[in-house]
Design a protein around this ligand. Structure first.
Ligand code: N01
Length: 541
């Protein structure tokens, strides 16, 4: 490995490491590689840094993690300098933050923007990755570090007639940079996941009329987003070290954790009182700072599900609409729980209508709107809030080939196979930041990302110290990890419903629970143990 500083690395055709992506993960990877003195190049499809927050510019887009932990912890100065304006930061503010980080630490110089990596091939003779861009460049690297995000491969459903629609259409995850003007327009939105639930109240406030096409009613909890007063900011900054440390060892990387109590072991009055008190607080804490049995025990979960259904009934004035909005048939939070700002209230507006696709399915998209079995809904604009090919999609959309020409996509046909969600057998020196099989999407992403990048860099340092040039997980370690990830998921209620956690939203995708559900803290400890045992489960050569 060369210890070339990479002041002008963009000219290099051969480097120690290539990073793909310029979101939270790619930026921190570039920072750490520079700290290690490793030459690197980084590629980003967008025209600037931001990742998720570069692409998801839809109205209402905001983080569901509290701002003071939805950020980097690697620099105390950065933590103290930056002040978030509200509890849950909105997309423009997060994007400004990431732009600030890129500028403050001079990270842009590692990146080629507007550059898409289309292929990466491991050359066994040279023990190098040959990384190819759509722009025609090939760069050789000892290490391939993917920072491609978990929810970045947008999924537009293949509804017949999609090309026939004559108005503009958008996917929430590929939102244009220009302002989209809904004023005076009849707008349709398909999808009521987190993106739809964030966008619907805002679009409804602008459009002449909004038609919401709902296939599966969703649970949602109020975010109760609010500005952060200066005294709260001061208190958070004072205690931030302890708050971060708590997050690192918590279940979902957030500044709260499940209570020791169980919903089934407290009285009805106590449970109701607790649910109400937490409801007033808002945020994920309502669910993931609540009783510890909610995600394991159906009877416990039923109490939480019923509580939210009652809230929906109490909020939505039209009883028929309320009935259509009621999520039934699956436990709360087994589909990713959205947070909202006035989502259910939006259905009390005169300019909003709800189409229940279970009663009247979409037959086709036509030139002037969406045709369901009940007739055509005329629309000027159409929004797809239809989600992503989660976790595996961002990786398999790149033609990644390991030893013997093995394609990652082919290897993962029956579901992803990884060790710790960070590496895969047959792909030496390829490290995935928050890959499938790691906790990633089950909590606060920056907490996950920092842990992964630190661990990967620790592994690279170990290799330098040992004088070895390649690392690859063993088949045994990978098999055992896959079985462990599955076993943990099977102990919960999560596999009981079709969700993107299981790849069930993508036609033909194997139904495998993708993230590690054992908790951030437990996972961190496992990774630390692996490192302490000389990166047990890897073979080095
Ligand atoms: O996507 P989703 P998302 N016809 O897959 C529907 C993260 N996120 O972009 O449930 C009709 O959750 C689909 O219906 P159904 C977060 O982790 C984070 O909203 O499959 N409908 C569903 O209602 C989140 O979970 C934040 O029946 C169709 C919707 O589209 C993840 O991203 C903000 C359809 C898709 O919901 C993905 O959320 C936003 C079809 N053919 C997102 N195909 C923050 O924290 C799909 N649907 C900020």
């Amino acid at each position: 490995m060369s210890a070339v500083a990479n002041d002008d690395s963009r000219a290099l055709a051969e480097v120690d490491a290539v990073v793909i992506g310029a979101g939270f993960a790619g930026l921190y990877a570039a920072y750490k590689l520079r700290e290690l003195g490793l030459s690197h190049r980084a590629f980003e499809q967008g025209s600037d840094v931001g990742g998720t927050w570069y692409w998801n510019r839809y109205p209402g887009a905001s983080s569901d993690s509290e701002s003071w932990v939805y950020s980097f912890s690697f620099s105390e100065e950065l933590e103290q300098e930056w002040t978030w304006s509200s509890r849950f930061p909105r997309q423009p503010e997060i994007l400004s933050y990431l732009q600030h980080v890129a500028g403050r630490f001079d990270l842009r110089k590692a990146f080629d923007f507007n550059t898409q990596v289309v292929a990466a091939t491991y050359d066994e003779t040279s023990n190098r990755w040959q990384v190819q861009t759509a722009q025609g460049e090939t760069v050789a690297a000892s290490f391939l570090i993917t920072a491609v995000g978990c929810l970045s491969a947008a999924q537009v459903p293949n509804i017949p007639g999609r090309e026939d629609f004559t108005g503009p259409w958008y996917h929430t995850g590929q939102w244009p940079h220009e302002q989209v003007d809904f004023r005076g327009k009849h707008v349709g939105i398909i999808g009521t996941g987190s993106s739809g639930i964030q966008a619907i109240p805002i679009i409804a406030g602008e459009a002449e009329h909004l038609t919401v096409f709902q296939r599966t009613p969703n649970f949602s909890v109020p975010s109760r987003n609010a500005p952060l007063p200066p005294e709260r900011v001061a208190e958070l900054k004072k205690n931030i070290k302890a708050i971060r440390e708590f997050c690192r060892w918590s279940t979902i990387g957030q500044p709260y954790d499940f209570k020791p109590d169980e919903a089934l072991k407290v009285s009805d009055e106590e449970r109701q009182r607790q649910f109400e008190a937490d409801w007033e607080k808002g945020g994920f804490e309502w669910m993931f700072g609540s009783y510890s049995d909610l995600v394991f025990d159906k009877a416990a979960n039923d109490y939480a599900s019923d509580f939210v259904r009652d809230k929906i009934r109490a909020t939505v004035k039209n009883p028929d609409t309320a009935e259509k909005l009621l999520p039934t048939g699956y436990p709360i939070a087994t589909k990713r729980l959205p947070l909202d700002s006035g989502y259910f209230e939006t259905f009390n507006r005169d300019n909003v209508s709800l189409v229940d696709l279970r009663e009247t399915p979409i037959e086709a998209i036509v030139d002037k709107g969406v045709r369901t079995s009940a007739g055509t809904h005329e629309l000027d604009m159409l929004v797809f809030a239809t989600g992503f090919d989660a976790l595996t999609g961002p990786l398999t959309r790149i033609d990644i080939r390991g030893r013997g020409g093995l394609s990652l996509k082919d290897k993962w046909t029956e579901g992803p196979r990884t060790y710790l969600g960070v590496a895969s057998e047959g792909f030496p020196n390829m490290f995935m930041i928050t890959g499938p099989g790691s906790p990633s999407v089950l909590g606060n992403m920056p907490t996950s990302i920092e842990q992964h990048v630190d661990w990967i860099c620790g592994c690279i340092t170990h290799m330098q110290q040992q004088g070895v040039s390649a690392a690859e997980p063993t088949s045994k370690a990978e098999g055992e990890w896959g079985a462990h990830v599955k076993e943990l998921a099977d102990d919960t209620l999560f596999p009981q419903v079709d969700s993107w956690y299981l790849g069930a939203n993508i036609p033909g995708k194997s139904r495998v629970f993708l993230p590690y559900i054992g908790g951030f803290g437990t996972y961190r400890q496992l990774c630390n143990d692996v490192a302490e045992k000389g990166y047990e489960g890897f073979r080095f050569f």
